[in-house]
Design a protein around this ligand. Structure first.
Ligand code: CDP
Ligand code: MG
Length: 688
C-alpha cells in the first residue's frame, strides 16, 4: 500500500529548520508543506535508518529530488562534515534543482547546497547537499574509492538507466561493501575520515522497482503516492509528415482556443528547439492575435543552455503571457516545471544507438516508449486537469515498446571500460552490471581502447597514456587527441577543436538555408574542412572580445559577441559553452603537464594529428560520390552543413555520424589516405 498524502496532517516542525520570515520564504515553506512527500518525512527517515539500501518510487513532482536530501540533512545525516550526494542523469537537472534547494534553504548556492557537473562546479568545503551528474560521481570514485566524504548517496532518476547510472549502481554496491569492511577492520578512510557505513537510496519515477530491488538483494522499496489529475488525450487522425510543423500548428491552436495554462512541447534537441522558437516568433510577428488575448512567450530548455536561461522555464510568466516551454526529454521526469496544463508530444526522442559489430555509434531520432509517452502526458496533470496532444494516430501508441532499452545496451562502452579499468576492475565481462552489455560490445570496445593505446597487450591500463586518458573528462578518442596533439605541437588547436566538437552545433543553420549560411560564413571556411573552420570561428570570436571590448564590462562584451554571432549565423549559446569547456580542458591539460604549443600556420601538422587521433573514423570516396567508412564498411554521405559538402575530397576523417533518412557524417577534414598507414599502422597496416 503506497504511502499516501491523503490525510491533512502536516509534518512536525523540525528543530533544525530555520524560521521563514519574508513573504517569499513563507510561500516556499507553504509549497514545501503541500508536496505529497511532506507528510511521510518521518517514516522515510526511519526507513533510511533501518535499511542500508532503500528504493523510493514516486510520481514525478512529488518532491523526491528537492525534499529528501533536506529531510536527511535535518535528520543529521551530515554530522562530522559528511555530505549527502544526489546524482542526476542530466546536468540541467543537477543545476536547476540545486538552485531551487538553495533557495528553499535560504542559502547562497555553493554553500550548504551546491552542484557539480562536468565543466561546472559550484561547491565548497561547506557544501553538505551536493547535486551532481552520475558521470561526475564515477569520476570522484577514481580519486577516492571509498567515496569517504558521503554519508548517503542518492541515485536519482534510476529508471532512466543511463549508462553511467548502471555502472554507478554496480560500483556503489562495491563501495558499500568496502566501507563496511573497513569499519570491521578498524581502518580509516581517505584524509583520516573515520569509517562509517554508506547509505544508498535509489529513486525512480517508474512504478517498476523490482529490477532494482532484486539487484540489491531484495532491498526494501517504498512507494510515495503522488497527485495526478486527469489528462485528456488527443491523437492525430493520420501520421504527420512534418512533426515540427504539426507542433507549431498545435501550439497556436492551444494558444488561441484553450483557457490559460502553460504549454510544454517535447522536441528532440537544441537545433529543433531553436528552430521552433524562431518559427513561433516569426509567426507572432506576422499574425495579428485577437485584441486583448494573451501573449505567447517561447522558453527553451535543454542541457547546453546557460543556467541563468534555464531558470527562465521555472519562473512564472508575467501577467498577460502564456509560456510555451520547448524542452528535450529532460522535462519528462528529471525536472518539474510548474504551471503546465497542456503537453504537445510528437512522440520522438533522440537516442544513442550502437552497432557493436561495426563499432559505429550514432544519434538517431526514434519513437518514445509507452512509458515515456505516459510520463510526458502526466506533466499536464500536475496541478489540475490537463490535456495532452500526441502528434501521432492512436493505433501507433499500441505499437510502441513498453519501456526504453537501457543505454548500456546501445552505446559504445570504451569510456565506461576505461573508467572501470582505472578503478581497478579488471574483469569487465565479470563485472556485476544490473544488465550485462553484450559480449560483442564489450570486446569491440576493449579492442578500440587497445587501438588507441589505452590498454596493453594483456588488457591492463597502459601507463602513462591509458591513465592520462582516464583522467580527462572526455570521450577516450578526444582524450587521446589531446595527448597526441601535445606531441604534434598543436595542443592549442586541438583544445579548441575538442571544445567546439563538444557542443551541439556552432553554426545555426535553418533548414533549407545551407547555401545562405555558406555565403555568410565564407570568411571562416577552410578548404581543408570543418575542424579548421571551427578553429577559425573560435579565434575570430576571441579576437573580437579582446580587441573591440578591451577595458569594457562583461555585459557589453557579451552584447558585442551576440551581435557578431547573429550576423555570422553562429549560435552564441553554443559558442559560450565551448569557451567554458575550453577553459576547463585547458586546465586539465596543463595539470597533466601536456605541452601547450601552437602549430601556427602549419595546418598540415594539425591535420596529421587529426588522422593519428581519429583514424577509426576515416572514409574514402566512392565513384558515386558517397563515402565508405573504412572501419565499419558503412556507406555514408557528407552532411550538407559541412564546408566540404560541395568539394568532395578523396579521403576524410570525421567526428560524428548521424542517421536520419540517410547516414551522414559531420565535422570532417580532408586528409591524405597514405597518412592512415603511416600514422595509424596499428590499425591500417593490419587491415591491408
Ligand atoms: O523529484 P520529484 O519529481 O518527485 O519532485 P521535485 O523535483 O522534488 O519537485 C517538487 C516540486 O518542487 C515541483 O512540483 C515544483 O513545483 C517545485 N520545483 C520548482 O518550483 N523549481 C525547481 N527548480 C524544482 C522544483
Ligand atoms: Mg526528481
Amino acid at each position: 500500500m503506497p504511502w499516501g498524502a491523503r490525510g491533512n496532517h502536516q509534518p512536525k516542525a523540525n528543530r533544525n529548520r530555520q524560521t521563514y520570515s519574508s513573504p517569499w520564504q513563507q510561500k516556499i515553506a507553504q509549497q514545501r508543506k503541500s508536496l505529497p512527500i511532506a507528510p511521510v518525512e518521518k517514516r522515510l527517515i526511519q526507513e533510511v535508518r533501518k535499511n542500508d539500501i532503500l528504493i523510493i518510487v514516486g510520481e514525478t513532482g512529488s518532491g523526491k529530488t528537492t525534499q529528501i536530501p533536506q529531510f536527511l540533512f535535518d535528520a543529521e545525516f551530515c554530522r562530522d562534515g559528511k555530505v549527502i550526494g544526489i546524482t542526476q542523469p542530466r546536468r540541467v537537472a543537477a543545476v536547476t534543482v540545486a538552485k531551487r534547494v538553495a533557495d528553499e534553504c535560504g542559502v547562497e548556492l555553493g554553500q550548504k547546497v551546491g552542484y557539480s557537473v562536468r565543466f561546472d562546479d559550484s561547491t565548497s568545503n561547506s557544501t553538505r547537499i551536493k547535486y551532481m551528474t552520475d558521470g561526475l560521481l564515477l569520476r570522484e570514485a577514481l580519486l577516492d574509492q571509498y567515496l569517504s566524504k558521503y554519508s548517503v548517496i542518492i541515485v536519482d532518476e534510476a529508471h532512466e538507466r543511463t549508462v553511467h547510472t548502471d555502472v554507478l549502481l554496480g560500483l556503489l554496491k562495491r563501495v558499500q561493501v568496502a566501507r563496511s569492511k573497513s569499519i570491521s577492520d578498524g581502518q580509516n578512510l581517505k584524509n583520516g575520515n573515520k569509517s562509517s557505513p554508506l547509505k544508498l537510496i535509489i529513486m525512480s519515477a517508474s512504478l517498476d522497482a523490482r529490477t532494482f530491488s532484486e539487484y540489491f538483494g531484495d532491498a526494501k522499496a517504498v512507494h510515495i503516492q503522488g497527485r495526478q489529475f486527469p489528462v485528456d488525450l488527443f491523437y492525430t487522425r493520420f501520421p504527420e509528415t512534418d512533426y515540427l510543423d504539426a507542433a507549431l500548428i498545435t501550439i497556436f491552436q492551444v494558444h488561441l482556443g484553450e483557457p490559460p495554462g502553460d504549454i510544454l512541447v517535447f522536441l528532440t534537441g537544441q537545433e529543433e528547439i531553436e528552430s521552433v522558437e524562431r518559427l513561433i516568433n516569426e509567426r507572432l510577428t506576422n499574425t495579428k492575435l485577437p485584441e486583448g488575448s494573451q501573449k505567447l512567450l517561447p522558453v527553451p530548455i535543454f542541457a547546453a543552455l546557460p543556467s541563468e536561461q534555464q531558470m527562465r522555464a521555472f519562473a512564472p510568466a508575467s501577467s498577460g503571457f502564456r509560456k510555451v516551454i520547448l524542452a528535450t526529454n529532460i522535462a519528462e521526469t528529471s525536472i518539474t516545471i510548474p504551471g503546465i496544463k497542456y503537453v504537445i508530444d510528437p512522440g520522438l526522442v533522440k537516442a544513442r544507438s550502437y552497432d557493436p559489430g561495426k563499432g559505429m555509434e550514432s544519434l538517431i531520432v526514434v519513437p518514445t516508449s509507452k512509458s515515456q509517452a505516459l510520463q510526458r502526458s502526466g506533466r499536464a496533470g500536475r496541478e489540475g486537469p490537463g490535456k495532452c496532444f500526441r502528434l501521432y494516430p492512436e493505433n501507433e501508441f499500441e505499437k510502441l515498446e513498453d519501456s526504453t532499452m537501457p543505454e548500456i545496451k546501445r552505446c559504445n562502452l570504451a569510456n565506461v571500460i576505461l573508467q572501470l579499468k582505472a578503478l581497478g576492475v579488471d574483469d569487465i565481462l565479470g563485472f556485476d552490471f544490473i544488465e550485462k552489455p553484450s559480449r560483442t560490445a564489450i570486446v569491440k570496445s576493449l579492442e578500440q581502447l587497445f587501438l588507441l593505446g589505452a590498454l596493453t597487450d594483456d588488457c591492463q591500463l597502459s601507463d602513462p597514456v591509458g591513465r592520462q586518458m582516464a583522467r580527462l573528462p572526455l570521450d577516450p578518442i578526444y582524450s587521446k587527441a589531446l595527448i597526441l596533439a601535445s606531441e604534434y605541437n598543436c595542443l592549442e588547436e586541438m583544445l579548441i577543436t575538442v571544445a567546439m566538437l563538444s557542443v551541439e552545433s556552432i553554426f545555426y543553420t535553418p533548414r533549407d538555408k545551407y547555401e545562405e549560411v555558406r555565403m555568410a560564413t565564407k570568411c571562416f571556411a577552410s578548404p581543408e574542412g570543418d575542424h579548421i573552420t571551427l578553429i577559425n570561428v573560435y579565434r575570430a570570436a576571441i579576437d573580437l572580445l579582446e580587441k573591440r571590448t578591451m577595458g569594457t564590462n562583461k555585459a557589453k562584451s557579451e552584447k558585442v559577441l551576440r551581435k557578431w554571432c547573429k550576423e555570422n549565423f553562429i549560435n552564441s549559446r553554443s559558442l559560450r559553452h565551448a569557451r567554458d569547456i575550453h577553459r576547463q580542458i585547458k586546465g586539465h591539460a596543463q595539470q597533466m603537464g601536456l605541452k601547450l604549443a601552437s602549430c601556427g600556420d602549419d595546418m598540415l601538422q594539425f591535420r596529421r594529428c587529426l588522422v593519428a587521433s581519429f583514424f577509426l573514423n576515416a572514409a574514402v570516396k566512392q565513384p558515386d560520390g558517397t563515402y565508405r567508412a573504412l572501419a565499419s564498411g558503412e556507406v555514408v554521405q557528407i552532411h550538407p552543413s559541412s564546408v566540404l559538402f560541395r568539394k568532395k575530397p578523396e579521403c576524410i576523417i570525421f567526428n560524428e555520424l548521424i542517421q536520419t533518412t540517410n547516414k551522414y557524417v559531420r565535422n570532417l577534414t580532408r586528409v591524405d589516405h597514405l597518412w592512415l598507414t603511416e600514422l595509424a599502422p596499428q590499425f591500417y597496416a593490419m587491415q591491408n
